[in-house]
Design a protein around this ligand. Structure first.
Ligand code: GTP
Ligand code: MG
Length: 233
């Protein structure tokens, strides 16, 4: 039975040739019947080839954004949401730091009527430097202050890149307020919380943030700077 046929799994990628293959295999087990959109910003490795040649029993679409004038994780996710036809979508990283086995929990909560389900990092398995911890901590505090001052919806992990929601509410906000999103940035969930005008029914799913075993992190100073600028957007 296609229990996940009302769900599209959106995976932003930039040079994730190895991890994406493993992830697609896991998704076949954890979310049978779901549609997958791999939204890629012009990977120069074999990401495209490996997605296109995936032989499993999943409906996988490769969204090739290499010629798009605006690159960025947020822009890639928003593009994929606009192409989503299912009732729900879920966003997750390709690098296996977000555990696919948690997808049924997200899906169940959406089916129970929640508008937004956010993955909350319980434990970070990766050894983060003091510098990275400090940036993550201050970014979260500042973000929460902004949401509080604007009387917006909150959740514990406002920086999460692992979340699921109802497609129609996002399509509406993207069409009306895309300028509020830092398209080249990383924090698409925060931009959404900051922009969405009404109260949302939010639930969280706890998970352990895994190791990055393949490929490399794309976080850099520019991404951090874009986030701090987006606090005032
Ligand atoms: N389409 C697209 N995907 C991106 C871009 N930057 C990163 N990604 C993907 O977004 C996901 C998250 O990126 P990461 O670099 O792993 O960021 P992170 O998990 O917050 O940081 P680490 O813990 O250091 O790995 C991965 O699947 C990346 O391949 C981008 O500019 N465009
Ligand atoms: Mg990562």
């Amino acid at each position: 039975m296609n229990t996940f046929s009302d769900l599209t799994i959106i995976i932003p990628t930039l040079n994730e040739e190895k991890a994406i293959q493993i992830l697609l295999e896991k998704l076949e087990q954890c979310a049978p019947g779901a549609k997958v959109i791999v939204t890629d910003d012009g990977s120069t490795d074999n990401t495209k080839l490996n997605v296109m040649s995936f032989k499993g029993n999943l409906n996988v679409q490769f969204l090739d954004r290499s010629k798009n004038p605006v690159h960025g994780l947020t822009a890639s996710v928003l593009d994929a949401i606009l192409q989503t036809e299912s009732t729900y979508f879920l966003v997750m990283d390709a690098d296996l730091q977000h555990p696919p086995k948690k997808i049924p929990e997200f899906h169940e909560k959406l089916n129970n009527g929640f508008d937004l389900v956010v993955g909350k990092r319980r434990k970070v398995k990766e050894k983060w430097s003091f510098h990275r911890k400090l940036i993550s901590y201050s970014a979260t505090i500042l973000g929460k202050i902004v949401l509080f001052l604007r009387n917006k919806n909150k959740c514990q992990d406002i920086m999460s890149g692992f979340f699921a929601s109802r497609t129609e509410i996002w399509k509406d906000i993207i069409q009306k307020k895309e300028h509020k999103f830092a398209l080249e940035g990383y924090k698409v969930l925060f931009d959404f919380l900051k922009t969405f005008p009404n109260k949302l029914k939010i639930q969280e799913v706890e998970y352990d943030f895994g190791h990055r075993d393949y490929g490399s992190s794309k976080i850099n100073k520019r991404v951090i700077w874009l986030y701090f600028k987006s606090l005032f957007k």
